[in-house]
Design a protein around this ligand. Structure first.
Ligand SMILES: C[S@@+](CC[C@H](N)C(=O)[O-])C[C@H]1O[C@@H](n2cnc3c(N)ncnc32)[C@H](O)[C@@H]1O
Length: 270
């Protein structure tokens, strides 16, 4: 499957599958991507959409089909301009992937620019790297409830990872889902708060792992000491067993056997 074989797609397989699922359910007439990079997520968006606009500050080295427009430059400048054009034409953005500027301020601005636009009325917005502390702090700073049209926000739609070999000790990945539907009345807070934030849990795990060498050292010392004590006790048992067997075999023990038997008999009778 191209979805999993694509080695330039900077997303985990679960994230790719989630995006593929959203796209195939939505079949966007108009889609936006912030962060083209090498065009991997763009290929899947383009496969399901009638028209795509993808933004990157770097000019991508890509050949794109006719229904894809590449916008080269800062999304914080270009995205509001393009959205204003769509709004003027009365168009709706059906799908948007935010995976460009990964600074807290940058991701917050991209999401806020989308939410501020009247072209974003009936839209599925997906944000990447929601497990990363910086990205997450930017996304957490967005006042989703201030937009009546935002009906659902789950920033742990697909939870992120704590890197081990690759990006060791760093929190990356994670897909967030923001559902916008101006025609659906919203009940209460749109943000999912019924569970712990996945990134925070991973941060606890990371900090525990970071402290682990010291603790592992302590427990290794404790284990060594315990093993040494067990070995000493085993040596003592062997020593006493040898002594006992030597005593049992000794001539004096055998010579005094009748005396001990008489003593046992007298003890029972008494
Ligand atoms: C993580 S990559 C995108 C990966 C891509 N969505 C994929 O999964 O195949 C992030 C991209 O965002 C671009 N970028 C960073 N800041 C940006 C900005 N302010 N405006 C536009 N693009 C930006 C970078 O040049 C980079 O190519």
């Amino acid at each position: 499957m191209e979805l999993f074989e694509d080695d330039v797609w900077q997303m985990a397989w679960g994230e790719r599958a989630a995006i593929e699922g959203l796209l195939s359910a939505r079949r966007p007439a108009l889609a936006i991507e912030v962060g083209t990079a090498e065009g991997a997520s763009l290929r899947r968006i383009a496969a399901h959409s009638a028209e795509v606009h993808s933004f990157d500050v770097v000019l991508p080295q890509l050949e794109v089909p006719e229904h894809v427009t590449l916008h080269t430059g800062d999304s914080h400048v270009l995205l509001p301009e393009v959205l204003a054009g769509f709004a003027q034409e009365g168009r709706n953005v059906d799908f948007a992937l935010v995976d460009g500027d990964h600074s807290a301020e940058g991701v917050r601005r991209d999401v806020e620019d989308l939410l501020a636009s009247s072209a974003v009325r009936d839209t599925v917005i997906v944000t990447h790297d929601t497990g990363n502390e910086l990205v997450r702090s930017g996304l957490d700073a967005v006042d989703y409830a201030a937009h009546d049209k935002v009906v659902h926000v789950d920033l742990d739609f697909v939870p992120g990872h704590l890197g081990r070999e690759r990006f060791g000790g760093e929190l990356w990945y994670g897909l967030g889902l923001i559902v916008v539907d101006a025609d659906r009345p919203r009940a209460g807070d749109p943000v999912q708060r019924d569970r712990h934030h996945g990134g925070e849990l991973l941060a606890v795990a990371r900090d525990a792992l970071a402290g682990a060498p010291a603790r592992a050292g302590t427990s290794a010392t404790a284990l060594d000491a315990r093993d040494e004590r067990i070995a000493a006790l085993e040596r003592e048992v062997v020593h006493h067993r040898d002594l006992w067997q030597a005593l049992m075999r000794s001539p004096s023990w055998r010579v005094t056997a009748p005396l001990r038997a008489a003593k046992r008999l007298a003890h029972r009778r008494g």
